[in-house]
Design a protein around this ligand. Structure first.
Ligand SMILES: Cc1ncc(COP(=O)(O)O)c(C=O)c1O
Length: 230
């Protein structure tokens, strides 16, 4: 299973290349497409299953928790549907209504996420207090060529590291934003900011966060801006 682009750092996996390896090994390639949302079409690029946290961009309003799997293979779908029914993991009608309603405005929201994301990513990069900024649309990003090939836009998810690695500096940013609320989610109409090592990745020791999730970040962690419609 792969997810691309990854957060907090932007790493990109070429689905076509992955899909060849998976096919050779007689394995299924499942893609978590939550971050790229409708801007990538992994099934057309060789993936077998797409997974979405519909909680995020598809729902778009931070008022539902739901997931979805998509595939082209009817036989595989029947197998997974049987497991879903047997386990009772069936979504409620109101949740389905909320996600279906959210999908109606997905294309407009994604366009705005991308426009806003581009502006803020460049603003951060030009800010003298900010160190590294991670956003898939930077041409000098190692995964840019793959991202450009696979994505129709670069989205509104940005991570950045402050030059001042102190927790005081981190807190100053967290408490100083006017439009961004401090919260763990993404893909809704709100603009959110999240501190990785004290929030989403708090249970992972910093050295492991560094080693596994984000090879390049400093000990203070990466700030993840989930940037939205504002
Ligand atoms: C990429 C990705 N996939 C899956 C999930 C899980 O989503 P949910 O909150 O709907 O369980 C998350 C949650 O943040 C996510 O970021």
């Amino acid at each position: 299973m792969v997810g691309t682009p990854t957060k907090p750092v932007d790493e990109h996996y070429g689905y076509c290349c992955h899909s060849c390896h998976f096919k050779k090994a007689n394995a299924l390639l499942c893609v978590d497409n939550t971050f790229a949302s409708s801007f990538t079409k992994p099934l057309d690029l060789g993936a077998d299953i797409i997974m979405h946290s519909a909680t995020k961009y598809l729902g778009g309003h931070s008022d539902v928790i739901q997931g979805a799997l998509m595939m082209n293979d009817a036989e595989l779908r029947e197998k997974l549907y049987f497991i879903q029914k047997s386990c009772g993991a069936v979504p409620g009608p109101m949740d389905c209504f909320l996600v279906l309603r959210g999908i109606k405005t997905l294309h407009v929201r994604m366009k705005q996420h991308c426009e806003n994301g581009e502006k803020i990513a460049h603003w951060l990069r030009n800010n003298p207090k900010v160190g590294k900024v991670y956003w898939p649309g930077f041409e000098d990003n190692a995964g840019y060529a793959v991202a450009k090939k696979q994505m129709r836009g670069f989205g509104g998810m940005i991570s950045f590291v402050l030059k001042d690695e102190s927790i005081e500096a981190a807190n100053k940013v967290l408490t100083g934003t006017h439009l961004f609320s401090l919260a763990e989610s993404l893909g809704g109409v709100e603009s959110l900011i999240n501190h990785l090592t004290s929030m989403t990745h708090a249970r992972i020791p910093v050295k492991n966060v560094l080693r596994t999730a984000c090879r390049w970040i400093n000990k203070t962690g990466v700030w993840v801006l989930k940037m939205l419609m504002t």
